[in-house]
Design a binder for this molecule. Structure first.
Ligand code: PEP
Length: 251
C-alpha cells in the first residue's frame, strides 16, 4: 500500500501561483519520491488544469478536486460534476472536508452521496471525517467517527477497488490551528476507523488508506506517518509552499 501525501490548497492561489508552487514541488521531489509514496494535490477549480499540466507524466503524482456535486450535469448553478473534474485531469476528489461541513452546512448524507457518486463515476474519493473540540470534550469521538463513516460510505459500490477509497481523519480542532493531535489520540482514532472499516468492508478494510490531517508540518510528519494505521497525511497550510510540502512528501 502506497502512503498518500495529500495537499489541500483550499481557496488559495491564482493559476500563476499554483503553477509556480506545483513546479517548485515537482523539482524538489523529482527522482526522490520513494516508490511506495503517492503525492496528490487538491487545488481550487480554477487552477486544476494548470496544476494538472505540471503533474502530467510524473509518476505517483495525481490531481484532486476539493469537492464535487453528485449529479452528472444539470441546473446546479455553481456546482461541478465528476465528469468535468476528470475532463481537467482529476483522479481524486475530497468529500466532507470540515470546512464544507461547518461553513457550507454539508450533511453526512450529502457527503455520502458525493462519495458514492464520485466512485461510480470513476474518481477516487477522500472522505474527510473528524470531531469538533466540543464533541471530543463530551467523549463523543467514536460516536462521531462511527456516524460519519456509516453515512459517508453508504451506497459505495460493492466492487470498488480498495485504493480508490481513502479516509482522512481530521480532528476539526487540529485543522489550521497549529495544534496537532497527540500520538495516542491519533492511534486510538485511526484504530477505531480501521475497526469500523472492517465491519463495513470485511475483505478490503486493511487495504483502505487512513490519512491523518491537522497541522501536519515538515517537523512532525515523519513521526505521524510511522504510527499504527496512519497511511499518509492530508495537509493544508504547510502544503501551500513547495519546499515545505516537499519535506512532508519525502518525510
Ligand atoms: C486541511 O485543510 O485538511 C488541514 C488539515 O489543514 P492544516 O494542515 O492547515 O491543519
Amino acid at each position: 500500500m502506497k502512503k498518500l501525501m495529500a495537499a489541500n490548497w483550499k481557496m488559495y492561489k491564482t493559476r500563476a501561483e499554483a503553477k509556480a508552487t506545483a513546479e517548485d514541488l515537482m523539482n524538489r521531489i523529482d527522482g526522490k519520491l520513494p516508490t511506495d509514496r503517492e503525492v496528490v494535490i487538491a487545488a481550487p477549480y480554477t487552477a486544476l488544469e494548470t496544476v494538472g499540466s505540471v503533474l502530467a507524466g510524473k509518476q505517483n503524482c495525481s490531481l484532486s478536486a476539493e469537492n464535487l456535486y453528485p449529479a452528472e450535469e444539470g441546473a446546479y448553478t455553481g456546482e461541478i460534476s465528476p465528469r468535468m473534474l476528470q475532463d481537467v485531469g482529476c483522479v481524486y476528489a475530497l468529500a466532507g472536508h470540515s470546512e464544507r461541513r461547518s461553513i457550507m452546512g454539508e450533511t453526512d448524507e450529502l457527503v455520502g452521496e458525493k462519495v458514492a457518486f464520485g466512485l461510480k463515476n470513476g474518481l477516487s474519493m477522500i472522505l474527510c471525517i473528524g470531531e469538533t473540540i466540543e464533541e471530543r470534550k463530551a467523549g463523543e469521538v467514536q460516536k462521531v467517527i462511527d456516524r460519519q463513516l456509516e453515512a459517508g460510505l453508504k451506497n459505495v459500490p460493492a466492487d470498488f477497488a480498495s485504493e480508490t477509497v481513502v479516509i482522512a481523519y481530521e480532528p476539526v480542532w487540529a485543522i489550521g490551528t497549529g495544534e496537532v493531535a497527540g500520538e495516542g489520540e491519533i492511534v486510538e482514532a485511526h484504530g477505531f476507523v480501521r475497526k469500523k472499516l472492517e465491519k463495513i468492508f470485511p475483505e478490503k478494510a486493511n487495504e483502505i488508506r487512513i490519512l491523518y490531517g491537522g497541522s501536519v508540518k515538515p517537523g512532525n510528519c515523519a513521526q505521524i506517518i510511522a504510527l499504527d494505521n496512519v497511511d499518509g497525511v492530508l495537509v493544508g497550510g504547510a502544503s501551500l509552499d513547495g519546499e515545505s510540502f516537499s519535506q512532508i512528501a519525502l518525510a
